[in-house]
Design a protein around this ligand. Structure first.
Ligand SMILES: [Zn+2]
Length: 351
């Protein structure tokens, strides 16, 4: 019977509020951490770095090493892991996705608790059990552990470029098409759907859609909703609740595009496109994108249509055996037809 028990790891400490960064030393200290290794994104504003340094100093937390991260290369993560001398008791990362992923992987290898401090909410990676690293130039999703602590300073995130928060909105919207793809897989291949994970994912996006703002209050909900995506993935042990055909297209774009764009901007447009193909939720997604300004930022700098058509062809081969709407016969031509006939979608592209 033990095989039937669902075991999941969720963050023990969660603080999502204005001023949380300045209190991070207090949170670490309360958890008994006095020696930490810090990873930060290269080029992070000095004000943010000073806040963290001050917070750690105020709580007399020793920084064993302070690393700047400029890439998400797997081999560099291994080097950081090798350099983990002077046993720290926790790993702390502040900044964007690459620094968070590198630190999360180093913490996973070192079996150390990881404290995730995103300074923008551009995707759901700040609280997920996976990392995105490149191995020999190819982007890979690797298993890691959930963060022990998630500290989101909504005042800091509100100062990030608006495009980053909108990227988070795009990544959040992916739930609509991802869950639909999961159910399609169930009907076509009998892959089981984890009901609770699907519900968590569903509830998370609707909570943000009830008041889709990008001010401090809205970002608090966006952070919470993105975090629930990560936890839904942990609950079912796969990326199914948050990643379907729309993510396959985005991953294909990352490989072929001359100028890959923010993950969530690619994913958001692909989500709307795939929803038209799935014939579900397109109006809800369009309304969410209109209310937040997602459409505007995409139309300001449209995507290249030929690259997206190539990505459509390549998408099913990104994860062989991963059943999505794009696996269905005739889906490629139908996808092109809906793209040509939907004026909102057409405006996202240039020839
Ligand atoms: Zn994503």
């Amino acid at each position: 019977m033990n095989r039937m028990i669902t075991r999941v790891t969720i963050p023990t400490l969660v603080r999502i509020k204005p001023g949380a960064l300045a209190r991070s030393g207090i949170y670490l200290d309360r958890m008994g951490h006095q020696r930490v290794v810090v990873f930060q994104s290269k080029g992070l504003p000095n004000g943010i770095i000073d806040l963290l340094r001050g917070a750690l100093a105020d709580s007399k937390i020793e920084v064993v090493a302070w690393n700047e991260v400029n890439d998400n290369v797997f081999e560099h993560a291994i080097t950081f892991f090798r350099e983990l001398h002077d046993r720290p008791t926790a790993i702390v990362a502040v900044g964007g996705g690459k620094a968070l992923d590198m630190a999360k992987y180093v913490a996973f290898l070192g079996k150390l608790p990881f404290f995730s401090i995103p300074t923008s909410l551009s995707n759901d990676g700040f609280c997920s059990p996976q990392v995105s690293l490149t191995i020999e130039g190819k982007r890979r999703s690797l298993a890691a552990a959930m963060p022990f602590g998630v500290i989101v300073d909504t005042r800091v995130c509100a100062q990030a470029p608006r495009s980053l928060s909108l990227s988070g909105v795009g990544d959040l919207a992916a739930k609509f098409t991802a869950i639909r793809d999961w159910k399609l897989s169930f009907h076509n291949t009998a892959e089981p759907v984890d009901d609770f994970a699907a519900l968590l994912s569903d509830g998370s996006v609707h909570a943000f859609m009830a008041s889709p703002q990008l001010d401090e209050t809205g970002l608090r909900q966006l952070a919470t909703s993105l975090m629930m995506h990560g936890i839904a993935m942990e609950v079912c042990g796969s990326s199914r609740p948050a990643s379907g055909s729309e993510h396959l297209i985005s991953h294909a774009l990352d490989q072929i595009s001359e100028r890959p764009r923010l993950h969530g901007l690619q994913v958001g447009v692909a989500t709307y496109w795939m929803s038209l193909l799935q014939k579900q939720s397109s109006n809800d997604i369009a309304e969410l994108f209109a209310a937040t300004g997602f459409w505007d930022i995409v139309i300001e700098d449209p995507f290249l249509l030929p690259e997206w058509l190539e990505a459509l062809d390549k998408a099913p081969s990104i994860k062989p055996g991963y059943f999505t709407v794009l696996t269905l016969p005739g889906s490629r031509q139908q996808a092109i037809d809906v793209l040509n006939s939907d004026h909102k979608l057409r405006k996202c592209f240039k020839e």
